[in-house]
Design a protein around this ligand. Sequence first.
Ligand code: G6P
Ligand code: ZN
Length: 542
Amino acid sequence: MIQTVATTPFSDQKPGTSGLRKKVRIFQQPHYAENFVQSVFDSLEGFEGQTLVVGGDGRYLNREVIQIVLKMAAANGFGRVLVGKGGILSTPAASHLIRASSAFGGLVLSASHNPGGPDEDFGIKYNVSNGGPAPEKVTDAIHARTLAIDSYRILQAEDVDIDRLGTSKLGGMAVEVVDPVAAYADLMEQLFDFAAIRTMIAEGFTFSFDSMSAVTGPYAVEIFEKRLGAPAGTVQNATPLPDFGHHHPDPNLVHAKELYDRMMAADAPDFGAASDGDGDRNLIIGRHCYVTPSDSLAVLAANAHLAPGYASGLKGIARSMPTSGAADRVAEKLGIPLYETPTGWKFFGNLLDAGMATICGEESAGTGSDHVREKDGIWAVLLWLNILAVRRQSVAEIMAEHWATYGRNYYARHDYEAIAKDRADGLMAALRDKLATLPATVNSGGTVKSADDFAYTDPTDQSVSRSQGVRLLFEDGSRIVFRLSGTGTEGATLRVYIERYVGEDNELGLETADALAPLVRAAQEVADIAGFTGMERPSVIT
Ligand code: G6P
Ligand code: ZN
């Protein structure tokens, strides 16, 4: 029943920031998904008889690739596969399931916040036994294997019914179809004071959560509406759709504009939030008060002790390099370490495993903790709700107090999308070439203290990651960072991160755009963005 199929390598299967992401039509080429899955298995050792977790965000191609994975896992010798009912598992729920079932690893099928549908994106990511994305040495091995592969193994069998809970046999392997929500919701109930949140809601606190027709729908309905008693309809766009209802399931001010408008209206609810395609990102908006992801990380870290799961305090905080330094000030005050890692959740895994950090976050709307090894959108929303239920203040009041205590890091990210790859590479190469002379060439924005190309040495295993972004550090604590996105599927995206710090008794109430204007000009000049890209302004500002 096991078939060995001859194949030839594809040259474009290098995993990026977060696994292999490509257009659906690329994945639909004969052998494409199979080659990648076999390359993953070929790069691993010792999984015979072990458990593999499989699930995805329900996007177009999810079900088809799940059947392929099941048949290939059986042919390659896994003992058991746990698959979410209907093929559904949010990324954080998959991480939890891998950990809770002591699985060897998991395949998470998602392209995260990228759109879904026949003309849009799909992705496959391999997570290791700690529940987190594979580290670079594993993804490098997978990539090397994709370039040499000449055959894959697959079981010839009928499709498995993944819509009915229970266990069946596929060749010599057991397939268990599990409830994707229950274990995850139970974990949340252990970490947070559900009774306090329930009381706050019963007393009239109003809340709106946008699942963006993506994977968090069933999780949010179970947790917010059923377990916490929020009224039906609190969760919007709650049914996961293969094309996310033609929406772009990225919870930012552009794609979650409906939520933003609702939160800025005269009759806005007290609290609004959204998550992305696979449920690991979060957007937090209080009544008339948007919270940047970098600020959200800082506030969550400063107040985490108010939730039962974090009552004994934090071991450390970790943030990606482009994320603002707001959390650094919290760490300083708490007297705990702050780690600065490259972009990509995978870099937090070792710190969490080693017990060096408890809370992690990124400017790209990701926050999470050591409860799993992925960022977790619903977790962030629940921690906010727990804090609000204890402090009984509005989000705006909490932010104002936070800035008055720690100062404020004004922050924005400017994205220049769909640039020809060679032009984007040229821009970065030119910046790197003039690193030594950069300070002298910046005409506006303040005095540059230093410029470098960020490199990270993992403190747990001393592995080094270089070329993680060009940084300009100013004397007053302001920063400009340039890097190319590692998650796009077509062309290149230049990300420019701009940050200005003002102390606690300074100008705390400026408009972000005004506060950052001189730095934005400096960034455009120093990198000659218009010259390289032909774009006078960014395509997206978040
Ligand atoms: C994914 C990763 C994050 C990362 C983000 C942005 O969501 O899980 O860790 O911060 O992509 O990555 P990019 O390379 O596009 O800036
Ligand atoms: Zn995501």
